[in-house]
Design a protein around this ligand. Structure first.
Ligand code: FAD
Ligand code: PYC
Length: 423
């Protein structure tokens, strides 16, 4: 079934399932290898979240570079990639954002086939509710901008919203629903599967994914990186890509430069499972809440970020209450649900709420961070653009606007409204 016992698993298919069924599923191979690090790699990527793994994948697929290690201090996908609420959309305002987020959405549409791994992409439709006049103006502006960007979104009336989603109360006394920004191609995917699918493909290409290996130091000389010092020893590299989300400032400090990033926890929670009642992804940004229903039937719910900077990867009681209280006027049925569990992830916020894909003051170090509360949807597009940047040493068209120099030059890409999550 596979060329090597530790690299790749052969093609997943109906025939493979049938064959394994015949031999009681004893023939499946591990989806990715777990090697010890080599002394040196051409490219070392720190962070085996979605963005790090996707960068590695497109380095191999688009640029033919496979001498790559992806180093992860915990387990792959165990950071924000495995902690998010999986919303995928591309209804951003600025042209540079629409380009990278829509590229990402297009890659998501075929990703299961491309990776030969079911990422459970579910383009069920995404609706952002307008509950103040200010939001009506803002979202209509986004619809017009999206038309110019060839991103299909539309303005929908409260009556159509009620038709689409019977559980909604559009006549709330404080925040009635005045309309919404709808993207039919938006939806969700299984977050772990995105990480696992990319990891399997990277491993099959011969790349090393090294888990439980923390980068503790970055060795530089003459403005170039030489090696990283890790809990599994020193690893040399020709180029280093730092893709560590909420830990980006910590890594940058090791290499001797600063990033305009603040780290803060974003929390989410799920309810007990119930019958299907919500086949859209809904964001209610005025009240700071959003929800969708998982395949298991749980209502997946999130709110705004914590109100203070922190590195906490856990939930807090008051957040459950605040978030559900905010949503109950518009979704009264939530008041009758038991909440099952909650968690948090450390998100990496920039001042303009747009990401950084950039060269750095150290010649051969590249950084990808600042996706903040919204980077799950960007994983394929970001990986594609970052691979181009790392392979060529200069950004391609998708990454060009997202360099660090924009903060020095005042060319902000303001997406604080489109981010859709209160910070
Ligand atoms: P991560 O997945 O965090 O990966 C970074 C990795 O780097 C981690 O695994 C970490 O362990 C590793 N690392 C850090 N330091 C070191 C070190 N020194 N050495 C080695 N490894 C290191 N986005 C959306 O688009 N839609 C959503 O619905 C959505 N909901 C969210 C809900 C929550 C509760 C949270 C927390 C985030 C949400 N996001 C959402 C944001 C999204 O999850 C992130 O933007 C995205 O997952 C970031 O991916 P990443 O690969 O950059 O980071
Ligand atoms: O970016 O769409 C988003 C999002 C929704 C919830 C958290 N982030």
């Amino acid at each position: 079934m596979s060329a090597s016992p530790t690299r790749g698993t052969g093609k997943y298919s109906v025939f493979a399932i049938a064959r394994e069924a015949m031999r009681l599923h004893t023939g499946w191979k591990r989806a990715w290898a777990s090697p010890e690090p080599k002394k040196k790699y051409k490219i070392v990527i720190v962070g085996a979240g979605g963005h790090g793994l996707a960068t590695a994948y497109y380095l191999g697929k688009n640029h033919g570079i496979t001498d790559v290690a992806i180093i992860e201090k915990g387990w792959l996908g165990g950071g924000n990639t495995g902690r998010n609420t999986t919303i995928i959309r591309s209804n951003y305002l600025q042209d540079a954002s629409a380009a990278i987020f829509d590229k990402s959405l297009k890659l998501y549409e075929d990703l299961s086939q491309d990776l030969n791994y079911n990422i459970m992409f579910s383009p069920r439709g995404l609706l952002m509710l307008a509950q103040t006049e200010h939001e009506v103006r803002g979202y209509k502006r986004t619809v017009y901008a999206n038309q110019l960007q060839n991103v299909a979104t539309e303005w929908v009336t409260p009556e159509r919203i009620k038709d689409m989603l019977p559980i909604i109360n559009i006549d709330g006394p404080r925040y009635p629903v005045l309309g919404g920004l709808y993207q039919a191609r938006g939806g969700t995917a299984r977050h772990d599967a995105v990480a696992w699918g990319y990891a399997r493909a990277c491993s099959a290409m011969g790349m090393d994914i090294i888990q439980t290996c923390e980068v503790k130091g970055v060795e530089t000389a003459n403005g170039q990186v030489r090696a990283v010092n890790t809990t599994k020893g020193r690893i040399e590299c020709d180029k280093l890509a730092m893709i560590v989300a909420g830990n980006s400032s910590v890594l940058a400090e090791m290499a001797g430069f600063r990033l305009p990033i603040e780290s803060v926890a974003l929390q989410a929670l799920v309810s007990e499972p119930i019958k299907p009642c919500c086949d859209l992804v809904i964001m209610a940004n005025t009240v700071h809440g959003y929800l969708s229903q998982s395949d298991k039937g749980e209502m997946v719910i999130g709110g705004g970020t914590d109100g203070f900077n922190n590195y906490s990867q856990r939930g807090s009681w008051h957040h459950v209450e605040e978030t559900v209280r905010a949503l109950v006027e518009t979704f009264p049925m939530l008041s009758r649900l038991k909440m099952l569990r909650q968690w948090g992830g450390i998100v990496d916020m920039t001042g303009d709420r747009s990401p950084i894909l950039s060269t750095t003051p150290v010649g051969n170090i590249f950084v990808n961070c600042g996706w903040g509360t919204g980077g799950f949807k960007a994983i394929p597009g970001s990986g594609w653009a970052m691979a181009e940047l790392v392979a060529n040493g200069t950004p391609g068209p998708l990454a060009a606007e997202f360099g660090l120099n924009r903060f020095r030059e005042g060319r902000f890409i303001d997406e604080s409204v489109a981010a859709g999550v209160a910070h």
